[in-house]
Structure formats: C-alpha cells, structure tokens
Design a protein around this ligand. Structure first.
Ligand SMILES: Nc1ncnc2c1ncn2[C@@H]1O[C@H](COP(=O)(O)OP(=O)(O)O)[C@@H](O)[C@H]1O
Ligand SMILES: [Mg+2]
Length: 232
C-alpha cells in the first residue's frame, strides 16, 4: 500500500463573512502533495495563499470540504488530537516570523519543545544544533530585535524545524527581502530534504518558485495552474 499523501485538500471552500458580502478566500481547491515533495504556491495578493496554508496547519477550518494531513482528516480530530498533530507533525514559518522579543534566539527556537514536555536542557541543545545548521550559532544568545531580516528568517526556519515536523509550511518566508529570497528557498529546500520534511512554501517571488519541484498557482481562491518544474 502506498503511504498517504502528506497533505490533501478535497473540494475545500473557505468563506469569510465580510460586511454585507462574503469573501470566497478558497473556492473549491483539491490537491494532493506527496511525502517529501517541495512545493511553491504562487499568486497575487488576495488570491487565497495564506488561507490555504492556515487550513493546512489546522489554524483555520474549512467552510466545506476536507483537509487531510498524513491521511488524517483534520475535522475528525478532537481539540487535543488537533493540538498534538500541530505540535508534533507540523512546523510553520510565519510571514512576520513571530519571534518573541523577550527571549533570545535559542530560547525562541527551543520554544515549541519547551511548550511540550521536553527537558529544558534537551530543548536548548536541540535549538543549538538547529541554529548551527542554519548558520546562526554565533547569534544564539542575541535578542530578536538585534537580528537582520535574513537572520530572523533563519531563526524562524530553525524554530519551525526544532520538533522535526513531517510537514513544513512557510508563508512568504522571503518577505520583502527579495535579494535574499533565493537563499531562504535554498535553505528550506536543503534543510527540508535533510530532515525528510514535506515543504509547502507560499511566495510571490518567481525566482523562489523556480527552486521548487512543483509550482501551484492560485487566482481568486482557485488553483489555476499546477506544474512540475525541472527541479526535483
Ligand atoms: N480573516 C479574514 N476575514 C475576512 N476576509 C479574509 C480573512 N482572511 C483573508 N480574507 C480575505 O480572503 C482573501 C484571500 O486572502 P489571503 O488568503 O490572505 O490571500 P493571499 O495570502 O494570497 O494574499 C482576501 O480577499 C482576503 O481579504
Ligand atoms: Mg498571504
């Protein structure tokens, strides 16, 4: 039997009430992403990319349709099981990184483990190992506000991977730092592969998307193109 898809959407609709009218942020999306695949989601602002990632992360629930992670329908999980799945199986790199200002870099990276049941010394040792992997070891004791944008990105990637998630979701990790976009994408690609994670990355950078093995284009909440690239 084949392994289940890492991530599946089946006829997923997400409608937001917006004043008098409704917004169809995601309008009937079906897709399947295989374990270990590196996928970019592109499309102009407002096309539903972030909503799609939030649905995949279980942060948001669909209006209709089904989202499955590792073959498990998120809607079938109770709160505890969903929390556990999000804590153990899914890592998210947020668009604005969301590093906590009062914690230093290694504490920020260790946080997902510290919120679980890990021993503090183990969690910090894991954080140090990840920071070394992303080239941030020298900045481990720095506070986030002293980091450059590129360093914040790398810290956010390290934090998203610290609990060895099977699925890594990244929302515009290239931010406004277009000159560094290619480097962040290479980092996500390499580190995702090394950790055996499936990576789904939202980006508006075509250069970044070109580094992905598969590019899904969204427009008005729908998938309008889905193609394999020369990269694998
Ligand atoms: N919480 C929300 N409430 C109302 N409308 C929303 C909400 N989140 C997103 N939207 C709307 O859904 C559409 C898709 O948004 P989004 O997924 O953020 O797009 P993208 O990430 O591609 O820029 C937009 O029209 C946006 O205004
Ligand atoms: Mg967005």
């Amino acid at each position: 039997m084949n392994a289940p898809a890492a991530l599946e959407f089946e006829n997923v609709v997400k409608r937001f009430a917006f004043g008098e009218t409704d917004v169809l942020a995601v309008d009937g999306v079906s897709l399947s992403i295989a374990p270990g695949e590196f996928t970019a989601i592109v499309g102009r602002s407002g096309s539903g990319k972030s909503t799609l990632l939030n649905l995949a992360a279980g942060i948001d629930t669909p209006t209709s349709g089904e989202v499955r992670v590792d073959g498990r329908a998120l809607a079938s999980l109770d709160d505890d099981a969903l929390t556990k799945l999000r804590r153990d199986r899914v890592g998210v790199v947020y668009q604005f990184f969301h590093l906590l200002p009062g914690l230093d870099v290694r504490e920020n990276v260790a946080l997902p483990l510290l919120l679980g049941r890990a021993r503090q010394s183990d969690a910090l040792a894991r954080a140090d190992a990840l920071l070394a992997e992303v080239g941030l070891a020298p900045r481990a004791r720095a506070l986030p506000h002293t980091l450059s944008g590129g360093e914040m990105q790398r810290a956010a990637v390290a934090r998203a991977l610290v609990h060895e998630p099977r699925l890594l979701l990244a929302d515009e990790p290239t931010g406004n730092l277009d000159t560094r976009a290619a480097q962040v994408i290479e980092l996500l690609r390499d580190i995702g592969a090394r950790h055996g994670a499936t990576v789904v990355m939202v980006t508006h950078s075509l250069e970044a998307a070109a580094a992905a093995a598969r590019v899904i284009e969204m427009r008005d909440g729908r998938v309008v193109a889905d193609r394999a690239t020369a990269r694998t």
